[in-house]
Design a protein around this ligand. Structure first.
Ligand SMILES: C[S@@+](CC[C@H](N)C(=O)[O-])C[C@H]1O[C@@H](n2cnc3c(N)ncnc32)[C@H](O)[C@@H]1O
Length: 249
C-alpha cells in the first residue's frame, strides 16, 4: 500500500545508528530546554493554536506540542501523499495533539490515533474536528497497541517519549517511558499488514539507541527516511519494516 519510490528513500543510505550531535550541541540543547521551562516558553500547560505546515493544530494543557520541540512537525511532514496511498490505513501511536493523525488523514483512507494521556485523546479529537477529518480519524485511549488488538495497518507512525524512566504524570509521559522501546519492537509486527511499515522518529536529544537496539533484536529492516540537523539536535525518521524472508511473497 505504501509507495516508497527509490528517490523518496534516498536518505536511507545515511548510516544507521543514533542521530549524531556534538557535545556542545547537546549541552546547548539542555540549556535551551531549561531556559524554555524557566521562562514558560515551553508551550505546555497552556492552550496554543499552532500552525504545522499551514495546518491548524490546537494544543491543550499537558499535551505534547508538535512544534516545541520540533519532532512532531518533522514526522508529520514526512507523511505526504507521495508516500501514503489513498487506500492506506494508518495507526498514529502516541498521537499527542493528533498532528500525525491529521496529516495522515489528509492522504490516507482511515487513521486510528492512540494515546495513553486522556488530555491527548481529547486534543487529537478536537484537531480532527478542527480540520474536518473526524470521519477519517478514530481516536482511542489506551496503552500502546492495546486499543488496536487484532488490527493491522499499512503504516504506523510513532514519535515516542525521548527518555528512559518512569513518567511522573500524564504530561511527563510525552518525555519518559520505562519499557516502550521493548514493547513497540515486540508488538509492531503483529499490527502491520503485508508490505506495511513504520515511520519512527528518534532525536539525538533522547536515548535513540535504546529503540534501535530493540528493533534490531527483533530483526526489522531499518533505514533512514529523513534527517534534519540543528545546532543542538539531530532528528531522524527511521523506516522500520519486517525483514523479507525467502518465503515472503
Ligand atoms: C513525544 S510525544 C508525541 C506526540 C505526537 N505524536 C507528536 O508527534 O507531536 C509522545 C506521546 O506518546 C504518548 N504515550 C506515552 N506512552 C504511551 C503509551 N504507553 N501508550 C500510548 N501513548 C503513549 C504520550 O502521552 C505522548 O502524547
Amino acid at each position: 500500500m505504501l509507495d516508497l519510490a527509490p528517490a523518496k528513500v534516498a536518505a536511507a543510505e545515511a548510516p544507521l545508528g543514533p542521530p549524531p550531535v556534538s557535545y556542545v550541541g547537546s549541552l546547548f540543547g539542555k540549556l535551551l530546554a531549561a531556559a524554555y521551562r524557566v521562562t514558560g516558553k515551553d508551550r505546555y500547560d497552556d492552550f496554543r493554536l499552532e500552525r504545522v505546515a499551514g495546518v491548524p493544530i490546537l494544543v491543550i494543557p499537558s499535551v505534547f506540542n508538535p512544534k516545541v520541540p520540533r519532532t512532531g512537525e518533522f514526522l508529520a511532514r514526512q507523511v505526504c501523499a507521495e508516500r501514503v496511498a489513498p487506500q492506506a490505513e494508518v495507526l498514529d501511536l502516541g498521537t499527542g495533539s493528533g498532528v500525525g493523525a491529521v496529516f495522515a488523514a489528509l492522504c490516507a483512507r482511515r487513521v486510528v490515533a492512540v494515546d495513553i494521556n486522556p488530555a491527548a485523546v481529547r486534543c487529537a479529537a478536537l484537531n480532527a474536528r478542527l480540520n474536518q477529518l473526524e470521519d477519517k480519524i478514530d481516536v482511542r485511549e489506551g496503552d500502546l497497541f492495546a486499543p488496536v488488538a487484532g488490527e493491522r495497518f499499512d503504516l504506523v507512525l510513532f514519535n515516542p517519549p525521548f527518555l528512559r524512566g518512569t513518567p511522573r504524570d500524564d504530561r511527563d509521559r510525552a518525555w519518559r517511558s520505562s519499557d516502550l522501546a521493548e514493547r513497540f519492537a515486540a508488538g509492531l509486527g503483529a499490527h502491520l499488514k503485508p508490505g506495511g511499515t513504520a515511520f519512527l522518529l528518534l532525536s539525538s536529544f533522547g536515548d535513540a539507541q535504546w529503540f534501535l537496539t530493540q528493533l534490531q533484536a527483533h530483526r526489522y529492516a531499518i533505514s533512514v527516511l529523513a534527517e534534519r540537523r540543528y545546532i543542538n539536535e539531530t532528528l531522524r525518521v527511521f523506516r522500520v519494516a519486517p525483514q523479507r524472508t525467502e518465503l515472503s511473497p
